[in-house]
Write a protein that binds this ligand. Structure first.
Ligand SMILES: Nc1ncnc2c1ncn2[C@@H]1O[C@H](COP(=O)(O)OP(=O)(O)OP(=O)(O)O)[C@@H](O)[C@H]1O
Ligand SMILES: [Mg+2]
Length: 345
């Protein structure tokens, strides 16, 4: 399958008065046309900043230090704001976690939808009105004509989220980035929204980047998964590989912490111990090593290399794969293979 998005060595930092926060520390991945890619990882691991970097909607003091983001082969890093505006909302859309931050409280729903359509397409006002109504029906909003005249505060949380989805999809983007699209909603509405996104993905053939803490949602929707820790991509692969053959100790921990139907009922869920790493004081070696039960000496001393596991689809950045894995070729500053002793610390 063709890649619609290729991210290579993306580095984004926040230049704060207390120091430089390397929020995204050199991340590479691809998104295949029409597929769903999940991004998981604990709070602060750099998921949203990765999304904002792709769309270049970072707020100061954040900025992209280096790397490349190619959309359909076109380089986005370095494009002018005017050129980015042609892509944003039109070719690549985002649904933010909190719909109130992206809906304007002083304009009606109809007004905001119509403005978006007029901005991105060559439709007339009458056509835009019709399209807005269609979109509201498509996202399951009843009585769309009446809703068009309402203000965001007059709608429930679930409805606002649907309006946000309508807004993000109104120009039929090729990529939808959904950043925790359902966190603020109750489970029934959550399920409806996810179902709606999947249906639209199939109908419009768009690709989705789904950022979520909910591994159940990932298992149900994603073709491929990226696991982030402390601004780094620690593992990536097909969803089944990440769930059933995780190769990074952090991913293994994540998987042990979720309930599974096939598990013995009495089997305990094991939370990952320790606290998230301080991004201003990243350790010398693997960022996860201080919390890792299987850390070896080298994990504390050297950043792990990236290894391909069983061919070239599954990648993990963990020293434990030194025997089984193949050194990934695209790692900058590639070092020779190191012979490891199974020496736990
Ligand atoms: N405006 C900012 N100034 C300084 N640091 C920031 C800023 N925004 C984000 N960061 C830092 O960037 C890192 C990544 O943040 P990001 O929002 O991408 O995390 P996340 O994985 O999306 O977390 P969550 O699951 O909580 O949404 C964090 O360490 C965060 O503190
Ligand atoms: Mg986030």
């Amino acid at each position: 399958m063709e890649n619609i998005l290729e991210v290579k060595g993306l580095k984004t930092s926040f230049y704060t008065p207390s120091g430089v926060v390397p929020a995204v520390g050199g991340v590479s991945f691809q998104l295949k046309k029409g597929s769903v890619l999940g991004i998981v990882g604990e709070s602060g691991s750099g998921k949203s900043v990765t999304a904002y970097s792709i769309l270049q909607i970072l707020t100061p003091p954040g900025r992209i230090d280096s790397g490349s983001v190619k959309f359909n082969g076109q380089e986005l890093v370095g494009l002018s704001e005017k050129e980015m505006r042609k892509i944003r909302g039109n070719k690549i859309s985002i649904i933010f976690q909190d719909p109130m931050t992206s809906l304007n409280p002083v304009f009606t729903i109809g007004n905001q939808l119509i403005e978006t359509i007029l901005l991105h397409t060559s439709r007339t006002k009458v056509e835009a009105h019709k399209r807005a109504l269609e979109m509201l029906s498509m996202v399951g909003i009843n009585d769309p004509e009446r809703r068009m005249h309402q203000y965001p505060y007059e709608l429930s949380g679930g409805m606002r989220q649907r309006v946000m989805i309508a807004m993000a999809l109104v120009c039929e983007p090729e990529i939808l980035i959904a950043d925790e699209p359902t966190t603020a909603l109750d489970v029934t509405i959550q399920a409806q929204i996810l179902e709606l996104m999947t249906e639209l993905q199939h109908r419009l053939g768009m690709a989705i980047i789904l950022i979520t803490h909910d591994l159940g949602v990932v298992a149900g929707m994603c073709d491929e998964v990226i696991v982030m820790y402390a601004g780094h991509l620690v593992e990536r692969g097909a969803a089944s590989q990440i769930f059933y053959q995780p190769k990074h100790e952090y991913t293994k921990g994540l998987m042990r912490s979720i309930p599974r139907i096939e598990k013995d009922e009495k089997e305990r869920l094991i939370p990952i111990s320790g606290t998230p790493v301080d991004m201003l004081l990243l350790p010398k070696g693997c960022a996860f090593a201080p919390r890792c039960e299987r850390a070896m000496k080298i994990c504390l001393e050297e950043k792990p290399q990236e290894y391909w596991i069983n061919g070239y689809n599954h990648l993990a950045s963990c020293w434990r794969n030194v025997k089984e894995g193949t050194l990934a070729p695209e790692v900058p500053g590639k070092r020779p293979m190191i012979q490891l002793k199974e020496e736990s610390v």
